[in-house]
Design a protein around this ligand. Structure first.
Ligand code: SAH
Length: 396
């Protein structure tokens, strides 16, 4: 039997249904499991606890598939979990307003390492862990058996796979994959999504509800969209009635698509300014130029990949938020986000508070934002909560 026996006391987190087993918790590995193979997890005193995928190269040495001893890990298991995930998205599947969303959100859907995003009828699959990769053929076969798709594409070309000892992989899996960007719909707005070259699986689906919510506060004026990518917030702010948009990103191809997205929605391109630059430097330039804005969006990439990066990340968040507060007009709104799981909401709010203090502005939080329902957080897996945001209003 392929088996992991834990150190004494380390069964506690497994019993609390946390899906990760770190290398430091392991007493011994028996039966020489291969990469991604299924292993039985036992407590130190040899009580069966769970069934997991083995990942010899990762600090997360095993990811649990099931806590039910009668449940074997096979095609039926993946079918059940996929069905369950899709059932949980029924409200989105029925929506005519939203045609792109996440169908499987890894650990929080009971499928560690498996991401499945839907862009209209195109599925984009991303396998992040050894276990997920081991079951790739089975997962793809099950997806092909569904009737609600036109194409299946793989975007397993992400850095985290290196930690699992897996090669980068990307390409056609089934059906028709358009070469041109796919046009999705999000609350009445259209966006072009490049699933071939775009970041993540092509679009930041996790910001869908927050893009929509900003329309509630932005009613006009000048808006600055920092880390704009393909114009998610730029388009929603323009649609909400913003008079002028200044959008910054380091990626010229993203900004190009952003301007196409403005046109796609019949919004006024003449009211948009695009700057291909580093936000840290550009905010300083804008400050030195004396520019001010009625609303600023800060949606940076993940600054902290792990807990040891939190201090450095905090300095980064403080820096851009301090500068943003300085650029806001009285009564202006700051929409500020962090997708670093290691920086929790409490810490994030403290950072923003200290940024406001140092900027010499009085500001209040008017809304706390988070992840949409297709990016759920399993209660036994708080690490699943990564995206957080604050809407702050500067006093006038
Ligand atoms: N707000 C976007 C998603 C932003 S993702 C949306 O709703 O779709 C983060 C973006 O920041 C990426 O497009 C990346 O190219 C960009 N980026 C990363 N570091 C940057 C930097 N230092 N300055 C400017 N842009 C940066």
């Amino acid at each position: 039997m392929r088996k992991i026996r834990l150190k004494s006391g380390r069964e506690r987190s497994v019993l609390r249904r946390h899906p990760w087993i770190f290398s430091g918790s392991i007493e011994e590995v028996l039966g020489e499991p291969g990469i991604g193979e299924t292993v039985e997890i036992f407590s130190h005193d040899n009580t069966w606890l769970a069934r997991a995928a083995y990942s010899p190269n990762s600090q997360i040495r095993a990811r649990i598939w099931t806590w039910d001893q009668d449940e074997s890990i096979d095609a039926d298991f993946f079918q059940r979990r996929l069905d369950r995930s899709i059932r949980a998205r029924r409200h989105l599947a029925r929506s005519v307003d939203v045609t792109a969303y996440r169908e499987v959100h890894a650990e929080s859907d009971g499928l560690p390492g498996v991401i499945l995003d839907r862009y209209n009828d195109v599925f984009v699959l991303q396998l992040l862990s050894a276990g997920a990769d081991h079951w790739r053929e089975v997962i793809v076969t099950l997806l092909k058996q569904r009737e609600d798709w036109g194409g299946i594409f793989e975007r397993s070309d992400v850095d985290v796979r290196q930690l699992e000892g897996l090669p980068s992989r990307k390409g056609h899996l089934a059906g028709e994959i358009p070469h041109e960007p796919i046009i999705i719909s999000e609350y009445g707005l259209q966006y072009k999504v490049d699933i071939h070259q775009g970041q993540k699986t092509g679009f930041y689906l996790d910001q869908r509800e927050n893009r929509h919510l900003t329309r509630y506060w932005i009613k006009g004026g000048e808006v600055l969209d920092c880390f704009a990518y393909t114009g998610g917030f730029t388009v929603s702010a323009l649609a909400a009635g913003a008079d002028n948009l200044l959008s910054i990103d380091t990626s010229s191809s993203a900004l190009e698509l952003a301007s196409e997205n403005v046109l796609l929605n019949d919004l006024p391109l003449a009211q948009c300014e695009w700057i291909e630059a580093d936000v840290f430097g550009e905010l300083r330039k804008l400050r030195d130029l004396g520019r001010t804005f009625d609303a600023i969006i800060l949606d940076p990439p993940r600054f902290a990949r792990r807990t040891s990066h939190v201090q450095r990340a905090s300095r980064g968040y403080k820096d851009i938020n301090l500068l943003a507060f300085k650029l806001l007009r009285p009564g202006g709104f700051l929409f500020t986000f962090s997708c670093s799981g290691a920086v929790d909401m409490d810490l994030f709010q403290k950072i923003i508070a200290s940024a406001a203090l140092d900027a010499g502005v009085e500001a209040s939080v008017v809304a706390w934002l988070g992840q949409p329902s297709d990016h759920p957080v399993l209660l036994s897996f708080p690490e699943g909560r990564y995206l957080k945001g604050l809407v702050c209003r500067v006093a006038d």
